[in-house]
Design a protein around this ligand. Sequence first.
Ligand code: 6Q4
Length: 282
Amino acid sequence: SSDVPAVEKKRWTLNDFDIGKPLGRGKFGHVYLAREKRSNHIVALKVLFKSQLQQSQVEHQLRREVEIQSHLRHPNILRLYGYFYDQKRVYLILEYAAKGELYKELQKCKYFSERRAATYVASLARALIYCHGKHVIHRDIKPENLLVGAQGELKIADFGWSVHTFNRRRTMCGTLDYLPPEMVESVEHDASVDIWSLGVLCYEFLYGVPPFEAKEHSDTYRRIVQVDLKFPPKPIVSSAAKDLISQVLLSLHFQKRISLSTPLEQLQVSVIYKCSFFSPFF
Ligand SMILES: CC(C)NC(=O)[C@H]1CCC[C@H]1Nc1nc(Nc2ccc(C(=O)N(C)C3CCN(C)CC3)cc2)ncc1C(F)(F)F
């Protein structure tokens, strides 16, 4: 039988798109609303200047971001459809999130209701379970990296700091015995860094400020390592929500102490389960 010709990777060019209004500025350039001419599909076109990428030596990071994000398919992860470049610029063809940037929404309403926070945290936990299942760690979960889709759903974007870790536990069956604790633990430690950030995010959704904020960096650092977690009297937050935060936040320390028998997914599923306590909508 004639073998099916390999599907040629589509070579995109600027001519494939009608460029619309600017959506704002990203780190290395502008983002435009755009429409792919053949399909009329609306996308966001992120334009990055090669000169700036070279100056900041982030080309390898951008390559990793494209490689990782283009392979992820999840309703709460912003799609990266493709990329192309010309003499001076690199263009990322990204999913358009109709309701914009979450941090602006958080600034506008100061803090979110428990129901809204729980909905966001549960969807992020599901997205992280998906990523960790593919040995991908985002490592930069924060309001600025979250966008909102047309139905109000959260989309994790900007995988610039993400990494692909080989789950040494599974690939090193048997030889795990000779690894020192920090090596054996580090896989869990790496992936649960996102869970820690989810706890910080949950706190910020509910109180409008991150939990360890301080004037000086050194104070913030000390508050984090001591897990100096305080819940202000206002706004009023349910004890179920506080438990989730303290267990999820503290779980990183808890994670360091537990044996590898409690896999990360169990912790993440418990996050979603605990969300149901402060939001009857699950
Ligand atoms: C995660 C990453 C760190 N962040 C970013 O990349 C930022 C940098 C600039 C824009 C955003 N990138 C994206 N933004 C959208 N949608 C969007 C954004 C802004 C508005 C909005 O509020 N206005 C236009 C308002 C409309 C009203 N006027 C007054 C102000 C701007 C509405 C929809 N979809 C996909 C992307 C993406 F990511 F694919 F590029």
